[in-house]
Design a binder for this molecule. Structure first.
Ligand SMILES: [Zn+2]
Length: 293
């Protein structure tokens, strides 16, 4: 979950160049005829800020749908090189789920249901495998108008929206992590929840926090929290300060407060029993010369 600047691509120009390329006889006739209506829909998308409840798609023929989706999937043409560039110049953090390795592009309005925007740069966002796990999820309850949020147009991702509640057993070997919402009165809370349920959770955030990050914390606390490795025995207050520093580092280096590592650290800072465990565990670890206990 990361707010991104709107791409500066000239989509009308890309479309005109694509439809003017006589070498692409298999796709051009259909695209050429519908060029103006597609350009109108590009404006509609920007005007409605990619909000799936407000955008009214045109009825698109099967032939045009096929042309647009083929154009996106093949994207061999120079006119669509910008799509490859968008995919190649990816960020560290997935704009849709907040996980890592956003090595593909996701259509915010899925191309199978909204083909008019299949090659529209403002509908393409860098994403990880959550793209596949999400499927075509887009709109939730029509009464609340819940929907998938848009990394280019929605501002909700600019503030910290989610944290985690960590439950453990007595020896802290077992852990359960649940996502919690930090701003229950946010005007977009229904969409935030819909987005988290359908994209972030399906992408495996709870497994990553409760297995990958928690195991690292238990087995190598010095590697799980930045700065802890070089230190000897510490008070709980000092460990809390180090976690706060690490949180600030993660927030800033990832460019979003809603990246998965920050969500974990923020959850620890708000779990007194976990903080006490980390202190005790780290100090025991130091006494034992770095051997897991
Ligand atoms: Zn993702």
């Amino acid at each position: 979950m990361k707010k991104l600047p709107i791409p500066v691509q000239n989509d009308d120009r890309h479309l005109i160049r694509l439809t003017s390329n006589d070498a692409l006889t298999s796709i051009n006739p259909c695209l050429r005829i519908n060029q103006n209506s597609i350009k109108m829909q590009y404006r509609n998308y920007i005007q409605e800020r990619g909000n799936a409840w407000n955008i009214i798609p045109n009825v698109v023929s099967e032939e045009l749908k096929k042309s647009l989706i083929n154009s996106y999937e093949n994207r061999q043409e120079d006119e669509l090189k910008f799509i490859k560039n968008m995919r190649d110049t990816h960020d560290e953090i997935c704009s849709m789920c907040g996980g890592k390795f956003p090595w593909s592009l996701d259509h915010v309005l899925p191309k199978s249901d909204y083909p008019e925007w299949a090659i529209f740069s403002k509908n393409l966002v860098p994403a990880c495998r959550c793209n596949i796990r999400r499927g075509t999820a887009l709109k939730g309850n029509p009464i609340t108008r819940a929907r998938v949020l848009h990394p280019y147009f929605d501002d909700a991702f600019e503030t910290r929206q989610i944290s985690c509640l960590i439950s453990t057993n007595n020896d802290f070997r077992w852990v359960k992590v649940e996502i919690v919402y930090l701003q229950p009165n946010h005007p977009e809370i229904n969409s935030i929840k819909y987005h988290v349920e359908n994209i972030v959770k399906r992408s495996g955030i709870e497994k990553y926090l409760s297995r990958t990050l928690w195991c690292k914390l238990v087995n190598q606390p010095g590697l799980a929290i930045r700065g802890l490795f070089e230190k000897g025995s510490l008070t709980e207050l000092k460990i809390k300060e180090l976690i706060e520093q690490d949180l600030r580092w993660n927030d800033s280096s990832s460019g979003t407060l809603n990246n998965w590592d920050s969500i974990f650290l923020y959850g620890i800072l708000n779990s007194p029993n976990v903080l006490a465990f980390i202190t005790q565990h780290h100090n025991k670890f130091v006494r034992n010369g770095g051997v897991p206990t």
